[in-house]
Design a protein around this ligand. Structure first.
Ligand code: AMP
Length: 227
């Protein structure tokens, strides 16, 4: 039974899932924005995702399961085939590197930018800048492409604090409204990447379950294109 009380079945949707599919999602922003897309493609969780403590959610299709994991683990689960497909931010995907994954669709959700940020008077051309970030790989690649030697300091959160306490000269972080930076006296200095959530598919699953997966990808593509 769906939380809304409606009894959903395969007959309510166009797609029939004859092949078992496991979809990896992370709780929070991505989950909230992905649910309406999955719903439009005919997939709905049976358990109420807001209240359940389950990590594997049943859906209205016996063959389709959702696994709820940490955002940074989504590419790993899909890479190793523990999930056939998943939804993950481009930021997370860049850090993972994308081994074993196809990225067939930009879902156009959880949009933001990856930026170099710091105090308004920061000198971006200074030698041996220290950069605090969760996005070590993206930061390293960005400054290497500019031919600039920098020291990267890996953090797991609250990057904005680093320049304030003198831990780093700059940070690399995601910026949506800019409010978090502003509240801490920081500004965006250099744009690095446009970020949004992507559908990722395990390469072996793409071959073995091609008919079902490609139909689902095209269904989602048409939902995304309709906006
Ligand atoms: P904002 O204050 O709106 O610029 O949001 C910035 C904060 O939200 C930072 O801590 C970011 O790491 C986080 N953030 C913004 N957009 C996203 C996103 N699409 N996915 C994950 N984290 C985000």
């Amino acid at each position: 039974m769906h939380p809304s009380g409606a009894q959903l079945s395969d007959a309510d949707t166009d797609m029939n899932f004859h092949t078992p599919l496991t979809i990896a999602l992370s709780k929070g922003r991505i989950f909230k924005d992905t649910l309406p897309l999955l719903k439009a493609a005919g997939i709905e969780p049976v358990d109420d995702p807001d209240t359940t403590r389950k990590l594997i959610l049943d859906t209205n299709h016996d063959n389709v399961k959702l696994v709820l994991i940490r955002a940074t683990d989504v590419p790993t689960y899909v890479q190793w085939g523990a999930a056939d497909l998943g939804v993950t931010g481009k930021d997370t995907l860049m850090e993972h590197g994308g081994d074993g994954l196809y990225e067939p669709l930009d879902l156009q959700i959880a949009k933001c930018g990856m930026w170099v940020a710091g105090f308004p008077d920061a000198d971006l051309a200074a030698r041996r800048l220290r950069i605090a970030t969760k996005y070590v790989r993206a930061a390293r690649d960005h400054f290497a492409a500019k031919g600039q030697q920098v020291e990267i300091i890996k953090l797991y959160g609250s990057m904005e604090l680093a320049p304030i306490v003198g831990l780093s000269d700059l940070i690399v972080d995601l910026v949506e409204t800019g409010n978090t930076l502003k509240a801490n006296g920081l500004v965006t200095l250099e744009h690095m990447h446009d970020i949004s959530s992507r559908l990722v598919v395990n390469k072996a699953s793409w071959k073995m379950k091609h008919a079902t997966l490609s139909e689902l990808v095209e269904e989602l593509r048409s939902v995304v294109e309709k906006g």
